[in-house]
Design a protein around this ligand. Structure first.
Ligand code: TEU
Ligand code: CA
Length: 546
């Protein structure tokens, strides 16, 4: 029997920004429960819930202080149990975020470790300084170094690959492994169906030696996809996950298709699939802060490589760490509907498990932030300070942050343009209070309420596409083959023989000649993002032929 997650569409919820039920400006679990009918009508099969665990929120929940408790901003454990139950009744599984590279510095383990308890010292990575300096030259994901001094101790540091309030766990310690197994069982026993595993290929550090100098992430050769890391993944699967038929998707940084296969090939028995980043890097030079002009050919090439070389890919264009896809790969100004629908069509016809991020289904865009005072994201602030240190000009600093900040994806979900009785609605149906992060002012014309009223909307297109995805077996289980075509035009076949579908995607804002496809005139159009037919391929035109 095929695994359930192969034919599933997974919808990512960023709880802080999804729906606020009590007017405190922060999205919460009762808010999510109230939107289960909406998610059901969209047709999705599972929710990936970004962290809802107890957390001081330095990195919006990716700093966990208690893995068995719920952040009071989001609700209670009773709310969580009810969410799992309500979702299940609507045929929706819950996948939770598993953040086990690090904990919060407020976690009991870390607090005991800092107080000198030897058992918990060994849960983290403490190290003496070297010749009056930090233990090594590694650089963190957020742009700082990776060592923080332990207060009241002489020359002792702890390691953090992310913020200093996110100390890394010591995966060489079998006790840590046991603790995590117990935590996973705790949640699986509640009826959740798997995990999205945060930065899962960096958890095992081989050594703490100096790294070869790099522009970013000096030291990564000592911890990226190590053998020890692979062994842990096999262990977790064998010791816990298999018993529950649970699904795992790894967020795996800096991997190529070869490494992706080592992490997720079915014979390896590690993860089920991974999020690669190759296609997210197609509009940048070196690090993500330096964006370059987007060329659709590059995106096509990245997608094609993963489609061909990875046994079971994850397909995504957005998540809570990336700017909005329509602002990167589409044209929200001139072709909002067309380009959003084209991206929807592409997302849902590629091979693999598909992920939709909240708001993507209505074409939400990057936000018109006015300055750093409107930015919350810890990474953006760390990088901004770093650029100040390096004397970057003010204008340039802001330009880089504005186009790349993770907050672009984190602005509240735009539910309603106006209230039910036609009044102004500054909370966009997300909150009746003051939202924790600015609401994009385009909520007045980009919102769920309007999209639901319009048959030709982006949202309706998503629903149709999800229906097609579920119905046409070729899209899930069929092969993939790219067809040669002009630059910026992505054409590929899914499936074989009578069951073959051809997907045509104009990823540019220009009109093009129709690609040459054998027997094109005898084919039926399953779906198209334009209402009428034309000789030429119009800007961002998308279609599936059968
Ligand atoms: O992200 C890890 C990651 O490598 C990046 O995508 C990261 O967000 C950053 O942009 C690097 O430049 C995961 C989570 O998705 C992210 O939200 C967390 O902040 C991070 O891990 C730490 O837990
Ligand atoms: Ca709330």
């Amino acid at each position: 029997m095929e695994k359930w997650w192969k034919n599933s569409i997974i919808y990512q919820i960023y709880p802080r920004s999804f729906c606020d039920s009590n007017g405190d400006g922060i999205g919460d679990i009762p808010g999510i429960i109230s939107k289960i009918p909406y998610l059901h009508s969209l047709g999705i099969d599972a929710i990936w819930l970004s962290p809802v665990y107890k957390s001081p929120d330095c990195d919006n929940g990716y700093d966990i202080s208690d893995y068995r408790d719920i952040n009071p901003d989001f609700g209670t454990m009773e709310d969580m149990d009810l969410l799992i139950k309500t979702a299940r009744e609507a045929g929706i599984w819950i996948i939770m975020d598993l953040v086990i590279n690090h904990t919060s510095d407020q976690h009991e383990w870390f607090r005991k470790a800092v107080q000198g308890d030897p058992k918990y010292r060994d849960y983290y990575i403490f190290q003496k300084g070297k010749n009056g300096k930090k233990p090594n030259n590694w650089g963190s994901f957020f742009g700082s170094d990776v060592w923080e001094k332990v207060p009241l101790e002489d020359d002792l540091y702890y390691l953090h690959l992310f913020d200093k309030r996110q100390p890394d766990l010591n995966w060489k310690n079998p006790e840590v492994y046991k603790e995590v197994c117990d935590i996973m069982r705790f949640w699986l026993d509640k009826g959740i169906k798997g995990f999205r595993c945060d930065v899962i290929n960096v958890i095992y550090k081989n050594s703490l030696a100096d790294g070869k100098k790099r522009l970013a992430l000096t030291g990564l050769e000592h911890y990226l996809s190590t053998d020890g890391n692979h062994e842990i993944l096999r262990g977790l699967r064998h010791d816990v996950l298999d018993e529950y038929d649970a699904f795992t998707v790894g967020e795996t940084v800096m991997v190529d298709t070869k490494e992706a296969m080592k992490l997720s090939g079915s014979d390896r028995k590690e993860l089920d699939t991974v999020f690669g980043f190759t296609h997210m890097e197609c509009d940048q030079i070196g690090v993500k802060w330096f964006k370059t002009k987007y060329k659709p050919e590059k995106l096509i090439k990245a997608l094609d490589t993963w489609q061909k070389e990875v046994e079971w890919p994850s397909v995504y264009f957005e998540n809570h760490d990336q700017p909005r896809s329509i602002s990167r790969f589409g044209d929200p100004k001139h072709f909002h509907k067309e380009s959003a629908k084209m991206l929807a069509g592409l997302l849902l016809t590629l091979r693999g498990t598909c992920f939709i991020y909240e708001g993507e289904e209505i074409g939400m865009t990057n936000c018109d932030f006015a300055g750093m005072e409107e930015i919350e994201d810890v990474e953006s602030h760390t990088i901004f300070n770093k650029m100040t240190e390096l004397c970057f000009p003010e204008k340039l600093k802001w330009k880089l942050i504005k186009q790349t900040s993770r907050d672009n994806a984190r602005t509240p979900m735009q539910w309603e343009g106006e209230t039910k009785d036609g009044k102004k609605n500054p909370g966009a149906g997300f909150t009746t209070g003051t939202p924790w992060l600015k609401i994009n002012k385009n909520y007045k014309w980009i919102n769920v309420q309007d999209e639901e009223r319009d048959n030709g909307s982006i949202l309706e297109f998503y629903k149709q596409m999800i229906g097609i995805r579920h119905h046409e077996k070729a899209l899930t289980f069929g092969g993939y083959r790219k067809v040669d075509s002009a630059p910026g035009i992505y054409v590929f076949n899914r499936g074989e023989g009578d069951d073959k579908l051809t997907v045509i995607c104009n990823m540019t804002e220009h009109e093009h000649d129709m690609p040459h496809i054998a027997g094109i005139n005898n084919k039926e159009t399953l779906i198209c993002n334009y209402d009428d037919k034309a000789e030429k391929l119009r800007p961002y035109e998308f279609m599936i032929l059968k």
